[in-house]
Design a protein around this ligand. Structure first.
Ligand code: GDP
Ligand code: GDP
Length: 462
């Protein structure tokens, strides 16, 4: 099961690594400088409190040398936070608050994610006065702790608790997407950021077999890396130079053979994996393909806005592959209109046959999920689509869509500027537009989002 993630942030020497070790209960969990293994963060699991969570020590983040120290620290903190659900911002109560602390805090205040402010090195009574100074950072009540001696850790766990448990519920209902900014994209598109792949599906579909197969093939290419797969939570592969992280594999690999209740599967466990994934591979047993439960999971993936690839596993047991594939395609087309054209890979995790097709399909789906439609091309297409099939009447008047623009990717999200409020455009019409976008801009198999805005095109220049 994927765990909620907490990132430890702060400038050097405030005691991040010490706190990290305290939380995970041992020395550093992962070999961080095995040659050839690119590590961009140090992760471990904290099992001290009532909840388990994953901890990232951003002291392990290496940033480009070109930036100023302050810029590098800020970026490191933001990257750590981006990978986490909650940030622990650590300051050193003994040395006091520095400009670097303030700069990081300024940036953190602008983020949506919850941040807990920790004044570290507060063992005994020592630095209580300094803790007050941390108030000035504008991040709420500072929590005095000592990573080295363990003071304040129970309070820290108690303070974290409310931020960790309701995660899956929160993510299921994403807030309106904020407008894209250049920096969002820059971070999202950094080539060294791994593509996060979740492998999900019903019990016995063959998920564990597939993960083991992927890992085994990788081993053959790169040789065993002791420590890499044993200790780390995320499993890394590379395909065509692109790092791919398999999320949520710990549970799959050493899974207790307890069958999850089907209804539960579609909610908590699956939602948790989705939350951390960019692309989701839905593993389906080809001998009983696409039952209701599979379709429910697929719809959940679409609702969550992730890119989907369907894996038809156990293809070795299929006698008439052509007929079987045609049946699956029909069913996908009729049942999964929301992600029309979803890629479908038939393979056998058992024999390994065609497993090599999976990662190419996954990276292609990822590229489509990340794609951006240029505004001019989008509006040219829109004009034709509107002409072919005009929007319906609302209270006897024609709804006009004046302009469209893509605001974000991951998944592709479009704003339509209309002369009527959003309700005037029915779902069916938006589905028609989505289908057109898919055909024209190669957005197969990825969810498409629309926001309808009532009013003039704000970008019009005259
Ligand atoms: P990082 O650079 O933020 O990861 O900081 P480290 O964990 O490497 O710690 C920096 C220094 O602060 C080390 O010398 C630690 O021994 C010391 N340190 C860390 N936590 C505490 C603490 O709670 N109390 C005291 N007195 N020193 C600490
Ligand atoms: P999980 O519950 O989804 O992780 O499924 P497992 O990987 O544990 O597989 C369930 C069963 O299906 C095991 O008995 C596997 O050996 C079998 N299995 C998995 N993949 C294949 C396959 O490609 N072909 C065949 N014939 N059996 C498979």
């Amino acid at each position: 099961m994927t765990l909620p993630t907490v990132a430890i942030l702060g400038r050097p020497n405030v005691g991040k690594s010490t706190l990290f070790n305290r939380l995970i209960g041992r020395r550093r969990a992962i070999v961080d400088d095995t040659p050839g293994v690119t590590r961009d963060r140090i992760e471990g699991i904290c099992r001290l409190g009532p909840t388990e969570f994953r901890v990232i020590d951003t002291a392990g983040l290496e940033a480009g040398a070109a930036e100023s120290l302050a810029g590098r620290l800020r970026r490191q903190a933001m990257e750590g936070l981006a990978a986490a659900d909650v940030g622990l911002f650590v300051v050193d109560a003994r040395s006091g608050i520095t400009t670097a602390d303030q700069e990081i805090a300024d940036e953190l205040r602008r983020q949506e994610k919850p941040i807990l402010l920790l004044t570290n090195k507060c063992e005994g009574q020592a630095a209580a006065a300094q803790a007050l100074e941390a108030w000035s950072l504008g991040l709420g009540d500072p929590l005095p702790v000592s990573g080295e001696h363990g003071d304040g850790i129970p309070d820290l766990l108690a303070a974290l608790e409310p931020h960790l448990s309701p995660l899956s519920a929160e993510r299921a209902e994403p807030p309106d997407e904020p407008e894209a900014t250049a920096t969002d994209d820059a971070t999202a598109e950094r080539a060294d950021r791994p593509l996060r792949l979740a492998i999900i599906g019903r019990p016995n579909a063959g998920k564990s077999s597939l993960v083991n197969r992927l890992v085994a093939e990788e081993r053959m290419l790169t040789g065993p890396e002791p420590g890499l797969t044993r200790d780390s939570i995320a499993l890394r592969l590379t395909w065509n130079g692109r790092p791919i992280e398999l999320v949520d594999t710990a549970g799959l690999r050493k899974r207790a053979r307890v069958e999850a209740k089907l209804e539960k599967l579609s909610t908590s466990a699956t939602l948790r994996s989705l939350k951390f994934a960019d692309v989701v591979a839905l593993v389906v047993d080809a001998t009983m393909p696409l039952e209701r439960q599979d379709l429910t999971i697929a719809r959940l993936v679409a609702q969550e806005g992730r890119a989907l690839v369907v894996v038809l596993n156990k293809w070795d047991l299929i006698e008439d592959p052509n007929a079987a594939m045609a049946a699956v395609r029909d069913r996908l087309t009729s049942e999964l209109a929301d992600v029309r054209g979803v890629p479908c890979i038939a393979l056998s995790a058992l024999t390994g046959r065609k497993v090599d097709l999976l990662l190419p399909a996954v990276t292609a789906a990822y590229a489509r999920w990340n794609s951006r439609v240029p505004t001019a091309a989008l509006n040219r297409w829109l004009a034709t689509a509107l002409e072919q099939h005009p929007p319906p009447l609302a209270q006897g008047r024609r709804v006009k869509i004046r302009y469209a623009t893509q605001t974000t990717a991951r998944p592709p999200t479009f704003v339509l500027f209309a002369n009527k409020p959003a309700e005037a455009l029915p779902e069916s019409y938006l589905r028609f537009l989505a289908a057109g976008l898919r055909d024209n801009f190669d957005l197969w198999g990825v969810p498409i989002r629309f926001h309808v805005r009532h009013g003039e095109n704000p970008y019009a220049t005259g």
